[in-house]
Design a protein around this ligand. Structure first.
Ligand code: HEC
Length: 145
């Protein structure tokens, strides 16, 4: 009975091919910007807003001597890197700054884009959706500055 035997061989070959191809496909996923999308314009606007509203308390990076934790650098990435965009957005929007004038309009989304850029993400063509369930995907190690 040659026919069924042939089909089985073909099937095995296909399975073997898929097994061999899987790691190659996984290895092709781009490393630099697997995180959420945001534009350069957002990050630049966010920088101004951050300097004005957040930087008085938040050091720009680890090692600062201000009152609040740094929002970039290894310890921030360790803490937030695997969480979702909307979690960080809500954390900021609902609690920061603790007192005083709050950013208006797109202010918080822009600050979030700025923080993504500060933590090593690359800007792209589409604006950030601050309520997205995407992971922040900040590298917790290996990209320390
Ligand atoms: C008056 C000082 C002050 C200002 C201004 C301020 N923060 Fe904070 N922020 C803090 C302090 C203190 C903490 C740590 C205690 C806490 O979690 O509430 C904190 C915590 C945070 C956290 C959590 C950090 C972590 O490691 O989990 C985020 C995110 C944050 N702030 C974002 C912002 C943003 C964005 C702004 C500007 C819109 C801002 N903060 C303005 C004092 C401030």
């Amino acid at each position: 009975m040659p026919a069924p035997c042939f089909r089985l061989t073909t099937l095995l070959l296909v399975v073997q091919f898929l097994n061999a191809a899987a790691p190659a496909i996984a290895a092709q996923s781009p490393t630099p910007s697997t995180g959420p999308v945001f534009t350069e314009e957002q990050a630049t606007a966010g920088r101004l807003e951050f300097e004005r509203t957040c930087a008085p308390c938040h050091a720009p990076d680890d090692g600062g001597e201000r009152r609040a934790p740094a929002l970039s650098g290894p310890s921030f990435r360790d803490k937030w890197g695997d969480r979702r965009v909307r979690e960080l957005f809500v954390r900021m929007r609902d609690g920061m700054p603790p007192t005083g004038v709050r950013p208006q309009g797109d202010g918080y989304a822009n600050i979030l884009a700025f923080l993504l850029r500060e933590n090593g993400q690359t800007a792209g063509a589409r604006p950030l959706d601050p309520l997205s369930y995407d992971r922040l995907a900040l590298a917790s190690s290996g990209r320390r500055r």
